[in-house]
Design a binder for this molecule. Structure first.
Ligand SMILES: [Zn+2]
Length: 55
């Protein structure tokens, strides 16, 4: 499902689009404003940004 796909997400703070891997193992921060977009805790991935598209 989502975990094995690439996702196009949009930063809720600066609205910069960014492509991430759904099964991220590391926290992902916005390249522009450094907001935490993807948080990983105990093997689970929480996406804290708006998902625009599943690629
Ligand atoms: Zn941002």
């Amino acid at each position: 499902m989502l975990e094995s796909k690439f996702l196009l997400i949009k930063c809720p703070r600066c609205r910069k689009p960014q492509i991430i891997f759904g099964k991220a193992t590391l926290n992902v921060k916005c390249l522009k404003c450094n907001k935490l977009l993807v948080k990983t805790t105990g093997g689970k991935t929480k996406i804290k940004a708006e998902i625009k598209e599943v690629l």
